[in-house]
Design a protein around this ligand. Structure first.
Ligand SMILES: C[S@@+](CC[C@H](N)C(=O)[O-])C[C@H]1O[C@@H](n2cnc3c(N)ncnc32)[C@H](O)[C@@H]1O
Length: 524
């Protein structure tokens, strides 16, 4: 279960969707339903009949996974060794969707699936621009069946971004299209991929020019760096074009991860480093946090070795760890964590309390809060944690609980964590921000009720957007003159302290996720 938690911590936890997930802009009907084929155990005979050894397993799995992600049925990770994203499960989806299984995925295939799926999603807008330009007409592209489109996106990504040998990419993707769709589809893939190879070799890929007015330039940048136009416009306005481009490049790069040694269980960073050395996982010590180690590649190996499952460490970004530094948990403290699930910060704070004090973990989502409880047990920090399933807004009005330290890690757009959540950029809409800002204000008002006079309220997000960060704090201070800003320079390195005394991590400057925190003292 700890593993589940740890994975959620970096893939989905930091971002809380408000309201039901939004419909996808362009939903194609799959030729084969994702769920209609037979489920349940297979007879060995049927399995053999359906086994296709000619199709490359990682491409078949990637294509099906991409279709599921686009339809909202899967996340863009494949890091857990059992459960949702495991090789076994994936092959089940392949069989139900394509009508056959392939050779089982080995470790290399799993890595390729992660790379291809993540990269194809990130570069979707750019890849679609190229595919659209190479189709004989716009309509052919717009009405393309979903599986065919995913196969083409994979082929384009492999050739243009992974620089894989083009003859193999063409052959393999043509075969996949022929076997899973029909010979004509294979011919079409063949024609378009060959055109692409020729254009790439002559260095003449069709790309939009960065010229014209702001709007036209934003559209060109959105295609060149594969982001929604509204994000490009917003970042160009807030950060300038050069930094906006750097941010998009960061978001498109393979993410690196940090692991936190679980001191609650007596594990030190040196212990973790020893394990990584044994597993031959390249790593670097965090420059900012004593318990953290960075890994660029090899997280899959750490997971498969069971280090997360045993509760020896947790996947946690340094930017989130630094928010805990802003709270500054100490043994004997009474702390309220207002939006706690799935518990990344709760567990880290609890591990710093050395079994003394109490940490109340509130969250509206009962299921996610149950994960906090179970993982706290595994991490041996459950002695100081009380979980409270509740809507913070009603809880604050109805109960008398008050503390010296209150953390509100608010639901937010997640614009600071786009490198880890490959698909998030395509699911977020500009209108979400309005909804989120309203919720953030309501939760801030509620959290403020829980702070004792002289106590501290930490407001944090994993967003880099001023409207969710500084502007929410300013609006709060206008509504609550009994609070004042407590500069965070005593708690985090100077590099992370803004002019106004807030904590801010910047993906481009600090090579970690973007996050924000304000420390506010209640004076009355
Ligand atoms: C950004 S996540 C918190 C991540 C968590 N602090 C961590 O470090 O793992 C935001 C959380 O706010 C919770 N939430 C949203 N609305 C809430 C409400 N009205 N009351 C309490 N929790 C709420 C969501 O369920 C979600 O778990």
């Amino acid at each position: 279960m700890a593993q589940v938690l740890s994975l959620h911590v970096f893939f989905s936890a930091e971002i809380h969707k408000v309201g039901p997930s939004k419909p996808l802009k362009r939903i194609h009907k799959p030729r084969t339903s994702l769920s209609t084929r037979r489920k349940g155990p297979q007879s060995p005979l049927r399995e053999t009949q359906k086994l296709n050894l000619q199709v490359s397993p990682h491409r078949a799995v990637s294509a099906v996974r991409l279709m599921r992600i686009e339809m909202g049925g899967a996340f863009a990770d494949l890091l857990n060794d059992k459960g949702k994203g495991s090789g076994d499960n994936e092959m089940g989806y392949v069989e139900r969707t394509l009508g056959f299984r392939t050779k089982d995925l080995d470790d290399r295939d799993l890595r390729l699936v992660t790379d291809i799926v993540g990269g194809t999603i990130r570069w979707r807008r750019y890849l679609d621009y190229l595919i659209g330009s190479l189709c004989h007409d716009e309509k052919a592209f717009r009405s393309m069946e979903p599986l065919l489109l995913q196969i083409l996106r994979i082929g384009f990504y492999e050739i243009v971004k992974l620089d894989m040998p083009s003859y193999a990419v063409v052959d393999e993707n043509v075969r996949l299209a022929k076997v899973s769709l029909r010979p004509g589809a294979g011919n079409m893939v063949n024609g378009i991929l060959r055109k692409l190879v020729l254009l790439k070799e002559s260095n003449s890929l069709p790309l939009p020019k960065l010229e014209g007015d702001d709007r036209t330039q934003a559209r060109a940048l959105a295609t060149l760096y594969s982001h929604p136009v509204w994000m490009v416009r917003r970042w160009t306005k807030h950060l300038g074009q050069e930094k906006a481009i750097k941010l998009m490049m960061w978001n498109n790069d393979n993410p690196s991860f940090s692991l936190r040694a679980n001191s609650g269980k007596g594990v030190t960073r040196a212990d973790l480093v020893m394990q990584f050395n044994m597993l031959k996982v390249p790593h670097e010590l965090s420059l900012h946090l004593d318990h953290f180690v960075r890994v660029k590649t090899g997280l899959q190996i750490v997971i498969q070795a069971g280090l997360l499952k045993q509760g020896l460490c947790a996947v946690q970004d340094e930017s989130a760890g630094l928010i805990v530094s802003v709270v500054d948990p100490q043994p004997g403290d009474s702390i309220i964590d207002c939006c706690a699930a799935p518990g990344g910060k709760t567990l880290y704070m609890a591990s710093q309390m050395h079994g003394q004090g109490m940490l109340y973990a509130i969250d509206i989502n009962k299921g996610r809060l149950r994960i906090v409880k179970e993982t706290a047990k595994l991490h041996q920090v459950d002695g100081v944690i009380t979980t409270i399933p509740s809507d913070l807004r009603t809880f604050a009005e109805s109960y008398q609980l008050k503390s010296d330290k209150v953390l509100l890690d608010a639901p937010c757009s997640g614009l600071g964590v786009l490198s880890k959540r490959a698909d998030l950029r395509w699911n977020r809409r500009l209108e979400d921000l309005e909804e989120l800002k309203k919720l953030q204000e309501e939760l801030l008002d509620a959290a403020s009720i829980l702070v004792k006079p002289g106590g501290v309220l930490v407001y944090s997000t994993c967003s880099i957007d001023p409207e969710e960060n500084e502007e929410r704090v300013d609006a709060f201070l206008l509504r609550h003159p009994e609070f004042r800003i407590d500069p965070v320079d005593r708690y985090v390195p100077p590099d992370f302290v803004t002019k106004r005394g807030f904590y801010s991590s910047d993906p481009v400057e600090h090579s970690m996720d973007g996050a924000f925190a304000a420390r506010l003292i209640r004076t009355l």
